[in-house]
Design a protein around this ligand. Structure first.
Ligand SMILES: Nc1nc2c(ncn2[C@@H]2O[C@H](COP(=O)(O)OP(=O)(O)OP(=O)(O)O)[C@@H](O)[C@H]2O)c(=O)[nH]1
Ligand SMILES: [Mg+2]
Length: 322
């Protein structure tokens, strides 16, 4: 049994990490984890799925749920991403709403609330990117009062930086204090409820976000065609992973851009992603990438299901109307 033989003093807490796109949700989680599990880029809407990122501090297990940034949209892909954020906050102990200090704080918070349709129970506000603002210019008093009026379930706030670690210890201490006595969900030490196949697609997509410009990263999806662990003769050696994956693009003209001159771009995507997948698996990885044109994949139920974005109630309504 998964839950047998756990220490009687174990504590556990599940926290949804929510906010607008690009506020630093995934960076914050990676900072707490101490390694780059979830993907980060300077472009908004990098994260598309909700998933667990787990770590322990002493006897406390903290499960952070990374979520896509909540934004206003009329597109099916983005609607499903917003749906993932709402799903990510279901059943958690606390919601962390991250707000970027370098933006119009109140305006952005209102916009988040408008587009996040689920009720927000226990909420802590986490102001991010403190390294980018001057402390003497920070005057959050009035803003916090207004935020509290808009969202009465706010309990606490913290001002942090995932770049220089500002206030992270205070925050992790508060998380430990808030955690109830409970059994650990991942007593074997797993870091996520998602498997290596999922993270392989994420690490390929991360490179697409880094290397491709304008709308292209948003019109790309990655699907695994084959993922085989090949055992080596030396029993102690980590198995080699043989991975074939397709990068789906929306239009034929995009295929040439992703491949690049003489295959230069796809080669770079593959090389960088392979290194990250090898760091995850601890063994050698053979990564074979193809670029396929899949017109309008962003509205195709089969593709959206395959990349882990199930229909939301809203999409079902749109679908019936057709
Ligand atoms: N200077 C500074 N930059 C940060 C900090 N946290 C995140 N960033 C940067 O902000 C950008 C967005 O970070 P992400 O972690 O991808 O943001 P996100 O909220 O997960 O974004 P989505 O997944 O698109 O919703 C990246 O360029 C990060 O390097 C911080 O504390 N300080
Ligand atoms: Mg993210």
């Amino acid at each position: 049994m998964l839950f047998e033989n756990q220490h009687p003093h174990n504590k556990a807490i599940m926290i949804a990490v929510l906010g607008k796109p690009n506020v630093g949700k995934s960076s914050f989680i990676n900072h707490l984890l101490g390694f780059d599990l979830t993907i980060v880029s300077s472009k908004p809407q990098t994260t598309r799925n909700q998933f667990h990122c787990a770590f322990t501090i002493d006897r406390t297990e903290v499960v952070m749920v990374d979520t896509p940034g909540v934004h206003s949209t009329s597109q099916e892909l983005n609607r499903r991403m917003n749906g993932q954020a709402q799903m990510g906050s279901e059943g958690v102990d606390i919601n962390f709403v991250l707000v970027d200090l370098t933006t119009n704080i109140l305006g952005e918070f209102k916009d988040f609330l408008k587009n996040f349709e689920a009720p927000l129970s226990r909420t802590w506000i986490i102001f991010t990117k403190a390294d980018l603002v001057k402390k003497e210019e920070l005057n959050l008093g009035e803003t916090l009062v207004k935020m509290q009026e808009l969202c009465p379930s706010i309990e606490k706030h913290f001002i942090i930086s995932s770049k220089d670690g500002h206030n992270i210890h205070e925050l992790t201490g508060a998380i430990q204090d808030a955690a109830p006595s409970a059994m650990h969900l991942y007593p074997g030490g797993d870091a996520s409820n998602m498997n290596e196949r999922f993270f392989a697609t994420e690490y390929i997509r991360e490179q697409a976000f880094r290397l491709l410009k304008e709308e292209l990263p948003y019109e790309i999806a990655v699907v695994i065609d084959e993922y085989k662990d090949v055992r080596k003769k030396d029993e102690d050696a980590a198995p080699e992973a043989h991975i074939s994956a397709s990068i789906l693009v929306n239009r034929p003209s995009q295929r040439a851009i992703v491949v690049g001159r003489g295959g230069s771009i796809i080669k770079e995507i593959g090389m960088n992603a392979r290194k990250k997948i090898e760091a995850m698996t601890g063994g050698k990885v053979h990564l074979n990438l193809h670029v396929k044109v899949s017109p309008k994949w962003m509205t195709n139920n089969y593709v959206l299901d395959e990349i882990g974005l199930p229909r939301t109630q809203k999409s079902a309504r749109v679908w019936r109307k057709k």
